[in-house]
Design a protein around this ligand. Structure first.
Ligand code: ZN
Ligand code: ZN
Length: 230
């Protein structure tokens, strides 16, 4: 549905990173950067749980007191199909159901992706290694200036190709690797936890740049990630 005003960038970032690139309806969980679309664009829609108006879907679920419909807490990231469903049939999708989807999204996604906790470090490493290898292969082949500071012409073909791969393959891979590592942080050393924190910051910067179009300063991929769980 039409938005009254632009959702603040900070809110969009929180939504996109919280959704890890997938629709937040638990029986959908479709990728929001479909590979079939060449990674050109995302299909994500920021859906209001409680609408702006007095007549929109779920308006009678509006909590008392001050309420900002555009706040992070009132938005959920969905594919267009699911957005239509929840707005056409609000009785089946009341506020508490939608908030519950959002609350459990990462766990739902992890279950779908077969992410689990392992008994030993070698298994975690094996689960992450293939994902990281794919990212590295794409990076070394396509990254302009090999990931230095990306001060390239964003309209160039090379830059466009890189951005497409970033959104359709690299970022989803990163989200997935993060989920695996997070689920197994109990097996990590103190130093590895610090490396992981840096890695998350790196990915956050990439999302900021490639998903939200903010030319922020992404920190570099921490080299120590190569040795994680080894
Ligand atoms: Zn809306
Ligand atoms: Zn969906």
């Amino acid at each position: 549905m039409a938005e009254r005003k632009a959702i603040p960038m900070e809110t969009r970032l929180r939504l996109f990173s919280g959704a890890s690139g997938h629709c937040q309806k638990p029986d959908c969980l479709e990728p929001l950067f479909p590979i079939e679309m060449g990674g050109d664009k995302h299909i994500a829609e920021m859906a209001h749980v409680i609408p702006h108006g007095q007549a929109g879907p779920r308006h009678e679920d509006r909590p008392d007191g001050n309420f900002d419909p555009d706040a992070f807490e009132n938005l959920i990231l969905l594919c267009p199909t699911c957005h239509t469903k929840i707005d056409k049939d609000p009785d089946s999708f009341p506020r508490n159901i939608l908030l519950d989807w959002k609350e459990n999204h990462l766990a739902n996604l992890a279950a779908k992706q077969g992410i689990r906790t392992y008994d030993d470090r070698a298994e975690v490493r094996a689960a992450v290694a293939g994902i990281m290898a794919e990212n590295k292969a794409i990076w070394s082949k396509f990254a302009p200036e090999h990931g230095s500071d990306f001060e390239y012409d964003p309209e160039s073909e090379a830059a466009k190709g890189w951005s497409q791969r970033m959104r359709s393959v690299i970022l989803p891979n990163h989200y997935r690797a993060q989920a695996i590592i997070k689920a197994n942080l109990g097996l990590a050393t103190e130093g590895e936890r610090r490396t992981f924190a840096e890695y998350q910051e790196h990915v956050r910067g990439l999302s900021e740049r490639h998903v939200c179009g903010v030319s922020g300063r992404a920190i570099r991929f921490p080299e120590a990630m190569e040795g994680l769980f080894s």
